[in-house]
Design a binder for this molecule. Structure first.
Ligand code: IPE
Ligand code: MG
Length: 230
């Protein structure tokens, strides 16, 4: 979700105003996904690297996070959304951590749309924490590393509850991955939008989905095999 700051700066508003509008876009994308029957939606809200921003912007983002958790969870619960916050949660202050636990528990029985918000998240962090968790679970792997396979590692990724994404959307005109879901994006279709995140509305999401539907996914095979249903 990139472009909040530029959206605000273009309007001579403080960057914070862009983040607030960004939250409106989040709400609209969640609603559209639920309505369209999308089962898994993962949003990159705050990266491990975003802590390097000016302290004032970081604390504004944290306040926004707190108020979103306070105000939106009831609506999510009632619309069948299961919320998970994924990342280094220990980086957040205890109040925020408690709100996160509460939000996850409140929505834990929902199954319509699995919404994961990545916060203090980085793809490399996730791979390293998965390796650590795997070694704690199976310390013998150290003496016999050939037994380690991709599925073992994938089971311990912080996003293991979700299938690998079909479609990645990056807004804001940048064409890079910026440390998001490095493992899971191996076969994902990548869609780059020039729109700034606060402008990314339901119509923009529909356009991305239509683009995705025009792609042929071969997973390393050739076109003819796919047409034969291989
Ligand atoms: C993305 O918008 C949202 C967060 C990282 C919270 P930016 O804040 O990166 O907006 P730009 O890239 O400066 O326009
Ligand atoms: Mg940015």
């Amino acid at each position: 979700m990139d472009g909040n700051g530029r959206w605000a700066t273009r309007r001579h508003l403080p960057r914070v105003a862009g983040h607030a509008r960004g939250l409106d876009a989040v709400r609209s994308v969640i609603e559209t996904c639920a309505r369209r029957g999308v089962r898994y939606l993962t949003l990159f809200a705050f990266s491990s690297e975003n802590w390097r921003r000016p302290q004032e912007e970081v604390s504004t983002l944290m306040r926004l996070f707190v108020s979103a958790l306070r105000n939106e969870v009831g609506q999510l619960r009632d619309s069948g959304v299961r919320l998970r916050i994924v990342g280094r949660l220990q980086d957040f202050d205890p109040e925020l951590q408690a709100l996160i636990r509460h939000a996850e528990e409140t929505t834990a029985r929902n199954d319509r749309l699995h919404l994961s918000i990545c916060a203090s998240y980085g793809g490399r962090w996730d791979i390293v924490q998965a390796v650590r968790a795997l070694l704690r679970e199976q310390p013998d792997l150290v003496v016999d590393p050939d037994r380690l396979d991709e599925d073992d590692l994938a089971r311990h990724l912080a996003l293991a509850h979700a299938p690998e994404p079909d479609l990645l959307i990056r807004t804001g005109g940048e064409q890079r991955i910026s440390n998001f879901m490095l493992w899971q994006l191996a076969y994902t279709e990548l869609y780059f939008s020039e729109l700034l995140w606060p402008d990314f509305d339901a119509a923009a999401l529909e356009a991305a989905i239509a683009w995705y539907q025009s792609r042929e996914r071969r997973f390393g095979r050739i076109s003819m095999q796919m047409q034969n249903g291989a």
